[in-house]
Design a protein around this ligand. Sequence first.
Ligand SMILES: C[S@@+](CC[C@H](N)C(=O)[O-])C[C@H]1O[C@@H](n2cnc3c(N)ncnc32)[C@H](O)[C@@H]1O
Length: 247
Amino acid sequence: MRFRIFEELEMVREIQSILSPEFDFDGVVPWGRRLSEYRAFFALDGMADVGPVLDAGGGPSSFAAEAASAGVRVVAADPIYRIPGATIAARFEETAVAMHEGMRRAAYRFDWRYYGSEDAVHRLRREALALFLADFEAGKAVGRYVPAALPKLPFADGAFRLAFSSHLLFLYGDRLDFDFHVAAMRELLRVAGEVRIFPLFNLDGRPSSHLPGVVEALRGDGVRCALREVPFEFQKGARRMLVAWRG
Ligand SMILES: C[S@@+](CC[C@H](N)C(=O)[O-])C[C@H]1O[C@@H](n2cnc3c(N)ncnc32)[C@H](O)[C@@H]1O
């Protein structure tokens, strides 16, 4: 038992060392979005024909839970899925406090038209966490939540029609370097026919400096890439997703 607790703490430290904590705080960042937000990030009209779909770095988002309820074949992959749901939940309150402070300091960097207020953002995060936790154990048992970390995923070539990654690649570009981004995109394109990434800005609210080089490297591989407008903006100016697909 003591060993398992030690192992769990080690895992949390490992994830902390991978992640750039949003707004300068330490933690696993259990801060997940809802399906409605993913639909806006990735310009999805409906969910009926998107599966099988991968949510890479899904964290405590309720995307997988809600999409599965809607009948979509979906898998979420994230290193935090090795941690019990109760531990993820316990970190949520700390995260919420730190997020409140971060958003207060950086409010001017956000466009509030989509969410309306900071309270609405927090309400959505709590809804997402509750939906995720309600699905986590049962979903993990049927393979919906897979503990895995980019740039190496335990899935077969072409296992998914579509892969999403929200609020991980490019956003954490100060911690995850250029080579990681190229390797992660190649891995996503190995397992999925089409890959969509949002946002393409760093945490500091500026366009990711990795993006042009990543697109150039992928095009060099024969991958088709497009930057497409989406019906969502929170970080001011971050209105585009990257769509990449094998030619
Ligand atoms: C800010 S959360 C975003 C969660 C979710 N995608 C959303 O937008 O609501 C970032 C997630 O990326 C996960 N993550 C960190 N490093 C990762 C890696 N190398 N591969 C996959 N996921 C990773 C974290 O554990 C965390 O759950």
